[in-house]
Design a protein around this ligand. Structure first.
Ligand SMILES: [Zn+2]
Length: 370
């Protein structure tokens, strides 16, 4: 992530760049501000700059080996710490889900993260085992011979015991180590932690900043972008959630239509290409797509059974369902749902998504003609 990719936050960016250019890098910084204002995006840009091998006036070059590793979230000296469900667990155990979510966008909230981990009941925290892990990590020399950066996301969820352990490192800074603590609730942090950090306040984004980003990243018309931006309360996370949820459903519907069209026409080669495309999405998105398929099949069946008052669909779906519903009937509805459930289990158990979706596609080919 480069500073130019961070939405708004001009003032904070300028301060950070001045700091980087002068080489006066604080060993601990606290970025605080409301949800969705871009603290994680700022922290990532700052980390990219620190790990860049050829920075220009403090800013990362975006081309060197360091920048490339950071862009892929695979730099060995960039460490992420975030809340996890159980006290014996550490962030590293959830790194693949974390990278997946972060690659989609650095604008997401704790709720989005907990959902991605599959946590619904517990309140995740940053536990003392995590603090011990950090201590171990920074006792080793950095992999690439430069800075080590530790980003602590939702630092207010540090358990007291963990915070006290960290306090010791913050009191006796290690050279070449930079801590970035992020929070939207600085009031919940221990005073002793806060007092050891250089504080950077990040403000809520303006509606214009959000609208511009929506138009750039999601291709919204300026009128639509303004409407969404004005009701997002200064949070790009909120704005993005509104836009992408609909965006994802449209994509899912298109892919579902393709599956059925190719299946009905018995186009096996096209079905293979289709499964490869879906498999590219990664496990989590595949899982959401299967849930979506489940929803569409169910809605189609209810519609076919002439109980439209029970359906819950978007206008675009409704239009498709009108034409698709006749193909879902009592002879195949259970088959469809069972195949989708079985694919969902296979995906959860780390089966190869290409195989899972190709197999599912072939089953659909048979079922759609029943
Ligand atoms: Zn670089």
């Amino acid at each position: 992530m480069l500073f130019s990719e961070v939405i708004g936050q001009t003032e904070v960016k300028q301060q950070m760049l001045a700091q980087l250019a002068s080489g006066r890098v604080p060993h601990a910084q606290l970025l605080y501000g409301p949800e969705g204002c871009g603290k994680l995006a700022l922290a990532l840009s700052y980390a990219t700059a620190l790990l860049c091998k050829e920075p220009v006036d403090g800013a990362p070059c975006g081309r060197c080996a360091g920048c490339k590793m950071t862009a892929k979230l695979e730099h060995p000296d960039l460490h992420f710490v975030f809340p996890v469900p159980k006290s014996k667990e550490v962030s590293d155990q959830y790194m693949s889900q974390w990278r997946e979510l972060l690659r989609e966008s650095p604008y997401f909230d704790a709720k989005g993260w907990f959902a991605r981990m599959g946590v619904t009941t517990q309140q995740p925290h940053i536990f003392v085992s995590e603090a011990e892990q950090i201590l171990r990590k920074i006792s080793l020399t950095s992999n690439q011979g430069g800075y080590r950066v530790i980003i602590i996301w939702h630092a207010e969820l540090l358990r007291t015991e963990a915070a006290n352990k960290l306090l010791k490192i913050l009191e006796e800074p290690m050279p070449g180590t930079a801590f970035l603590l992020l929070t939207d609730r600085p009031d919940l942090l221990l005073d002793t932690i806060v007092s050891r950090c250089v504080r950077e306040e990040c403000k809520a984004l303006s509606a214009d900043e959000i609208a511009e980003a929506l138009a750039t990243h999601y291709g919204l018309s300026s009128a639509d972008a303004q409407t969404v931006a004005r009701s997002s309360g200064g949070s790009f996370t909120t704005a993005r959630a509104r836009v992408t949820q609909n965006g994802e459903e449209e994509l899912f519907l298109d892919m579902f239509k393709l599956l059925m069209r190719h299946g009905f026409a018995r186009k096996v080669r096209e079905l293979q290409t289709w499964s490869e495309q879906v498999a590219e999405w990664g496990r989590e998105k595949c899982r959401r797509f299967l849930q979506y398929m489940h929803h569409v099949v169910r809605e189609s069946y209810i519609r076919a059974a002439a109980l439209p008052q029970l359906t819950y669909t978007t206008p675009r779906e409704a239009d498709f369902l009108k034409r698709f519903a006749p193909y879902v009937n009592e002879r195949n509805v259970e088959g469809f749902l069972a195949e989708i459930d079985s694919a969902m289990r296979d995906i959860a158990q780390n089966a190869n998504p290409r195989m899972v979706f190709f197999d599912l596609a072939l089953q659909c080919l048979v079922l759609v003609r029943k």
